[in-house]
Write a protein that binds this ligand. Structure first.
Ligand SMILES: Nc1ncnc2c1ncn2[C@@H]1O[C@H](COP(=O)(O)OP(=O)(O)OP(=O)(O)O)[C@@H](O)[C@H]1O
Ligand SMILES: O=C(O)c1ccc[n+]([C@@H]2O[C@H](COP(=O)([O-])O)[C@@H](O)[C@H]2O)c1
Length: 237
C-alpha cells in the first residue's frame, strides 16, 4: 500500500444457498457444492426442501434427508446444512425462502441460489419466478443432458438478457439479479437413478458418501424405489 492510500474495501460477503430434495444427497451434489465453494470463495449452505414443489413427495422424510446431508458434509470445508425450509409449513417455494432471508439479512447483502441446469431451464414454472431475480443471484451448475447453450424457453431467455456475469466477483457487486454459469466437471449421478438401483438390488453405494450409504442401508430406505407411501416409506412430516 502506498503512503496515504486507503486499505482495500473488503468485498461484501456472499451468502450461497443450495436447495434440493437430496433424496438422497449424492456425489454429484457434493461435487457442484465444492466447485461453487472454490469458485465463489464462500461457504455453501445446503438447504433441504421440506415439501419440494413440482415433484412427487420424497421417499425419505425431511429429517432423514437432512440427516444424510449432515453426514455428507461432515469434515467438508465450507459446506454446511441449513434447515430453514424444514421449519416452514406447506410447499417449500424459493420465493418464500428468499423473502425470509431478506427479512433476516436485509436488502444489501448479496445472496445467491445454486441450482443445477435442469432445474434452471424450468425456472418459468417456479412460483412467482420473475421476482426471484429481485432477491437473489443464480449460480447455475452444468448438468449432463441439460445444455444451457441450447434453446432456452423464450420467456426465460428474455428474463436473462443482461444478467449473465463473466466473473464470480460480479456477484458481490450487487445484492441480486445476476446469473453466473458454473463450469465445473460434469457428474452424471442422479437421485432417481440411485433410488431405482437400490430397489432393483443393483450396485449404488459408489455414488454416495460411505456414511450416507450406511445410513440408507441401516434405515432400509428406497427398497421400494423411494415411492412415498409405499411399504418401506416412512410417514411424511
Ligand atoms: N449430477 C448433478 N450435476 C449437476 N447438478 C445436479 C446434479 N444432481 C443434482 N443437481 C442439482 O442439484 C439440485 C438438487 O437436486 P435434487 O436433490 O433434485 O437431485 P437429483 O439427483 O436431481 O434428484 P432426482 O433424480 O430425485 O430429481 C437441483 O438444482 C439439481 O439440478
Ligand atoms: O419455488 C418453486 O416454485 C420451486 C420449484 C422447483 C424447485 N424449486 C427449488 O429448487 C431446488 C431444487 O429442486 P429439486 O426439485 O430439483 O430438488 C429446491 O430448493 C426447490 O425448492 C423451487
Amino acid at each position: 500500500m502506498t503512503p496515504g492510500s486507503q486499505p482495500p474495501v473488503p468485498s461484501p460477503r456472499l451468502l450461497v444457498y443450495y436447495g434440493g430434495t437430496f433424496d438422497p444427497v449424492h456425489d454429484g451434489h457434493l461435487s457442484i457444492a465444492r466447485a461453487a465453494r472454490d469458485v465463489l470463495e464462500t461457504d455453501i449452505r445446503m438447504m433441504p426442501a421440506a415439501d419440494p414443489p413440482h415433484r412427487a413427495p420424497p421417499g425419505a422424510t425431511a429429517d432423514q434427508r437432512a440427516g444424510m446431508l449432515d453426514l455428507a458434509v461432515a469434515g467438508e470445508r465450507g459446506l454446511c446444512v441449513d434447515r430453514r425450509e424444514l421449519h416452514r409449513a406447506g410447499r417449500s417455494y424459493s420465493i418464500d425462502t428468499l423473502l425470509g432471508l431478506r427479512a433476516e439479512f436485509g436488502t444489501r447483502v448479496p445472496i445467491a441460489l445454486l441450482v443445477g441446469a435442469d432445474s434452471f431451464v424450468d425456472l418459468p414454472d417456479w412460483h412467482r419466478w420473475r421476482e426471484l431475480f429481485e432477491h437473489a443471484h443464480f449460480v447455475v451448475a452444468e448438468r449432463p443432458g441439460s445444455p444451457l447453450d441450447g434453446d432456452l424457453r423464450p420467456e426465460l431467455a428474455a428474463a436473462l438478457a443482461g444478467r449473465w456475469c463473466r466473473s464470480p466477483g460480479q456477484l458481490r457487486d450487487a445484492p441480486a439479479g445476476r446469473v453466473l454459469r458454473l463450469r465445473q466437471p460434469l457428474h452424471g449421478e442422479s437421485a432417481t437413478a440411485i433410488r431405482a438401483r437400490i430397489a432393483a438390488g443393483e450396485p449404488w453405494r459408489d455414488d454416495v458418501p460411505p456414511a450416507v450409504a450406511d445410513y440408507i442401508e441401516h434405515h432400509r430406505l428406497y427398497l421400494n424405489g423411494g415411492e412415498a407411501g409405499g411399504p418401506d416409506a416412512p410417514p411424511r412430516l
